[in-house]
Write a protein that binds this ligand. Sequence first.
Ligand SMILES: NC(=O)c1ccc[n+]([C@@H]2O[C@H](COP(=O)([O-])OP(=O)(O)OC[C@H]3O[C@@H](n4cnc5c(N)ncnc54)[C@H](OP(=O)(O)O)[C@@H]3O)[C@@H](O)[C@H]2O)c1
Length: 296
Amino acid sequence: MIDQNNISEIIIAPNSNNPLTVKRIGYGTMRLTGEGIYGEPPNRKEALEILKKTNEYGIRFIDTADYYGEDVTNRLIVESLYPYSSDLIICSKVGATRKPDKSWISFNRPENLRTSIENNLRTLKLEQMSLVHFRVMPHSDTPFKESMDAMFELQKEGKILHLGVSNVNPDELNIAIAMGTIATAENMYGHAQRTTLKTAYGENRGGEEILKICEQNEIVMIPYFSLINSLPKKDDRISNMAKKYNKTEAQVNLAWLLKRSPYILPIPGTSSLKHFEENCESIQIDLSEEDMNYLN
Ligand SMILES: NC(=O)c1ccc[n+]([C@@H]2O[C@H](COP(=O)([O-])OP(=O)(O)OC[C@H]3O[C@@H](n4cnc5c(N)ncnc54)[C@H](OP(=O)(O)O)[C@@H]3O)[C@@H](O)[C@H]2O)c1
């Protein structure tokens, strides 16, 4: 069971034979890449320093993908953290790849998923992935169920310990749950943008639509774009709360996620060491019920 009152730790797959307990702030590596989420980081030294600091801050959950770069964040993780400590969870995602023009395309046929898992294992120097999300690229030709069948097969073979889904709508999440154990769901979610957003780059499925299903099924919800969609909107309620706690607006956004549901595991991304440290410290804010009502 996930502890409803624990804002500092969370258990992934609590009812499985291999539950994973982590601090309730992870780190998303996507912002460590070059322009357009491609190529080497502009400040390689700082990127490596951030990853090394995860140990110091007790961050045991790192989100990556082989299509960040490509392979760039996986290589940086190895360079900074290998050999890994046994409690570190490196979570990757499959279902997409990149074209040389940096555009994102689906890569979700069963044979593609196998290739991606093997590439992640090789580039991360792992024998087994602790957690992998099947990332839905909406409107792709491959039926969701066919991709998920392949993911469960890869899990049976021992290449993956826990399975998650990402960018799912409620129907897809329910289909996945009916097929087997789903540990996590990674969707776009933050204070200022909670529901699905269609942009020129694609369709980002919102967390609000799936949060209840996650809670009912003890699935940890991992929000993405929590800061990038919220900080530019300059919400007075957030800035007032930041003043009240003498914290930054980014920290209040993350504290709001931690209080919104005990099933949420934030993974803020940053390429700045200062922001990384700030984000880690957001766990110290324990918003009251009154604060949450005010922030709504
Ligand atoms: N499953 C999916 O489909 C999916 C999609 C997108 C992302 N993800 C994952 O989710 C993670 C989080 O998403 P994200 O990195 O795109 O966006 P995010 O966490 O919402 O925000 C990152 C942005 O916020 C800024 N930022 C971070 N901390 C800040 C702070 N304390 N103060 C001010 N600005 C701050 C960063 O700039 P600086 O670099 O200057 O700090 C960056 O521009 C990614 O890293 C990735 O691992 C998953």
